[in-house]
Design a protein around this ligand. Sequence first.
Ligand code: AP5
Ligand code: ZN
Length: 218
Amino acid sequence: FRIVLLGPPGVGKGTQAELLCKSLGTCHLSTGDVFRAAQCQNEHSPALRSALDAMKRGELVSDGLVVSMVSERSSCLSCFGGFLLDGFPRTAAQAEALDELLDQNGVQLDAVLSYELPLAEIVDRLSGRRTCSKCKAVFHATARPPHKEGTCDLCGGGLVQRDDDRPEAIRVRMQAYEESTRPLADYYQQTGRLLSVSAGGSPEEILERTLEALQSKA
Ligand code: AP5
Ligand code: ZN
């Protein structure tokens, strides 16, 4: 399958991406993960520096930088097992750039999964998220708590809150989503590729719902 994951911040895209990749054997590309990994580099170009600052505030990174970053990784698009794009595209310009990259690679999208969840639950998922500072595993204070508070189950690293999961940045991210990303649902709806999936319930329940939706499409 060649899939785009669409949906508001904190709806659970990263969690589903992990489960879907295991289940479908696809390649996974998360633009947010790539930018967060770049935070650990010693030196940042001025463009990357301003992207990381924007990200901290909850704003979108510029289309130019995002598209060039995805283009550099476009081998993912011709991955034999298919791919999952998580957090890209997020603007109309990015969606157009993706169409071009898909054309260049001679492939087409099978589905755009649009996850939906009431705002109160989204805010709860975001504010409770804790990420391992070492291996980047994702936990949740109540829904997926670590066995030992503040410590990663997998590697023993310390758990931290993402800078952009603070209330001011959450507000900015939700606004950016409503303004720039939600309209993409109409774009993909028009070409019959949109599949809406409820993101309520446990991660396993959502996975099952997602696989059913993909089957209906296949
Ligand atoms: P990005 O990393 O893409 O963040 P996001 O879209 O805001 O999504 P999140 O990672 O916050 O949430 P998620 O939906 O993956 O949820 P998760 O599974 O972690 O982008 C970050 C920033 O990078 C952007 O703001 C922007 O600055 C920049 N950026 C990235 N891509 C860009 C682009 N294309 N253009 C421009 N800028 C870009 O789950 C959240 C929490 O809920 C976790 O704690 C999890 O354990 C828990 N949880 C998950 N599922 C469930 C469940 N079913 N029940 C209970 N809890 C659950
Ligand atoms: Zn860890």
